[in-house]
Design a binder for this molecule. Structure first.
Ligand SMILES: [Zn+2]
Length: 247
């Protein structure tokens, strides 16, 4: 049986002498592994389809539950990402986050769309001076783009982050506060349990959630650090995010 699907390459691993196994995020079928036969031979036509971030329409052959890629038509290879280390690493974090949150056969169209849009934003970020780019909401930089994506990914996976009033007493939050890993919510320092969090972290998360708020580069960095811990608490470690934060 053959079928077509738009998909994003999350990672590729060597398999035998000439083949690779690619892990794909498909729009219609969630995560899917497929063999790319002969792709390591000189002059192989589908070499591009084994590159990370490759976004293409793939044609698969399915036999006894195994998939083989028989052709691919490139939509976008996001090649400018290779020109800026921060943007490139942010894209690596995106792929790793998708890989950890997705399961075979479970579709996630909203996350798929967010992933493609984020790669587009990071790509134009990499093309701009020093990894900066204007986004539709006027913010800039790969860190902010990545923060927005991770919040969307966590929400789609059932671990939404809430940056509203204190869930315990209903007060507006300011100054020192806490973040509760169980519920994914910020609360006041006096009311709730959880890890200490700064106001700049809270404001960066609010801005990235589209709820307004002042955003600083330091706040975005802190917010990414918090999400790294939250992601590990709810799903799994994201080694590439730790690496990104060390850049
Ligand atoms: Zn409170």
């Amino acid at each position: 049986m053959e079928f077509k699907a738009d998909a994003l390459v999350l990672r590729a691993a060597d398999w035998g002498e000439y083949d690779k196994i690619v892990t794909l995020f498909t729009a219609e079928r969630g995560k899917l592994s497929a063999a790319l036969k002969g792709v390591k031979r000189a002059g192989a036509k589908l070499k591009f389809a084994a590159q990370p971030f490759c976004f293409a329409e793939f044609v698969f052959a399915e036999k006894a539950g195994r998939h083989t890629i028989i052709s691919a038509a490139l939509h976008d290879g996001f090649y400018p990402l290779r020109e800026d280390i921060a943007c490139y690493y942010a894209a690596v974090v995106l792929c790793e986050a998708c890989d950890r949150l997705l399961f075979e056969g479970i579709e996630s169209p909203a996350l798929f769309l967010a992933a493609v849009r984020t790669l587009e934003a990071l790509s134009s970020c990499a093309e701009g001076a020093g990894g900066e780019a204007r986004l539709e909401d006027g913010r800039s930089g790969s860190s902010y783009v990545l923060l927005r994506f991770l919040l969307t990914a966590l929400k789609e996976a059932g671990y939404p982050v809430s940056a509203a009033a204190c869930p315990h007493c209903g007060e507006q939050l300011s100054g020192r506060m806490r973040f509760d890993m169980e519920s994914g919510a910020f609360g006041c320092e006096a009311c709730g349990g959880g890890v200490p969090a700064s106001e700049s972290t809270y404001l960066a998360v609010r801005a990235a959630l589209g709820q307004g708020g002042e955003v600083t580069a330091d706040g975005v960095k802190r917010a990414l650090r918090l999400l790294s811990a939250y992601f590990a608490f709810q799903a799994s470690e994201l080694p590439s995010l730790a690496e990104y934060l060390r850049l």
